[in-house]
Design a protein around this ligand. Structure first.
Ligand code: XBP
Ligand code: MG
Length: 250
């Protein structure tokens, strides 16, 4: 049996509920600024989440809702400009404290630090968005808690491809047997499992009906002593998920 060395965290939906009231709102603000009447409602955004990455998501939206725009000259630059504007709006929301960590995340990160485990972020979102989320929720010093922030366009193919997890493990010099992944979505677990990783799922409203049959355990959140987690599949003795529970999965 291999020794556990690192916890690899997805960001959006896993560290924080960033999608519905964060990224989605920021996209809509950017569309409005650009004079576009596109409105990504809560329902529509759920469908658009099938595609990971903000720029990729805008293109996916155009394909189904404004196909003629795909023919447009300078489309790449329009998508890039919209996405940059969206990222600025999102970061402003983070700086305003509009997004908080999910229950149990801070506790688990602290437990892992005490246990001298390596922490890393493995995400399809933009690096600036991750850095600001960490800073705004845990403080500037917390960036040093993470040995690696693997994010965004650093690999050409985003989740559900395994590439970003393979990149992260390569950078850390670790094997899948030495790591465990934390994810919230089907795209996320397809990526982590195809990279050979044991995966803990914490669901959210957008992902609760996703296929998590390959997960080591599925919870409705990590939970905390005063905010118990519900086990949706798998088993744990405690009523919240911590380092002890990770070791039980190993
Ligand atoms: C989730 C994503 C991201 C965000 C938007 O990534 O797919 O695209 O929705 O962020 P993960 P950007 O769950 O892997 O963290 O606009 O910065 O791409
Ligand atoms: Mg996610």
């Amino acid at each position: 049996m291999s020794e556990l060395k690192a916890l690899l965290f997805d960001v959006d939906g896993t560290l924080a509920h960033t999608e519905r009231d964060g990224h989605r709102v920021a996209f809509n603000k950017a569309f409005k600024d650009a004079g576009l009447d596109w409105d990504w409602t809560v329902g529509l955004y759920g469908e658009l989440l099938k595609v990971t990455g903000g720029k990729e998501r805008i293109r996916f939206f155009l394909k189904s809702h404004h196909p003629l725009m795909l023919e447009r000259e300078h489309l790449d630059s329009l998508v890039r400009t919209l996405h940059e504007a969206k990222t600025i709006h999102y970061i402003t929301m983070l700086k305003n404290g509009e997004i908080t960590l999910r229950a149990g995340v801070k506790r688990l990160l602290e437990e892992a630090r005490t246990a001298k485990l390596i922490l890393a972020v493995v995400t399809t979102t933009t690096p600036e968005s991750v850095e600001h989320l960490i800073e705004s929720t845990l403080g500037k010093d917390a960036l040093d808690w993470f040995s690696l922030l693997a994010a965004g366009d650093i690999v050409p193919t985003k989740k559900p491809a395994p590439d970003i997890y393979l990149y992260a493990m390569d950078k850390l010099g670790l094997t899948p047997e030495q790591c465990i992944a934390f994810e919230d979505s089907e795209n996320g677990i397809r990526s982590s499992v195809s990279a050979g990783l044991k995966t803990v799922i914490t669901t959210n409203d957008y992902t609760v009906d996703d296929d998590f049959s390959d997960a080591a355990i599925v919870l409705d959140g990590l939970g905390d002593p005063d905010c118990p987690a519900r086990v949706l599949s798998g088993h744990m003795d405690n009523n919240y998920f911590g380092i002890e529970e990770i070791y039980q999965l190993f």
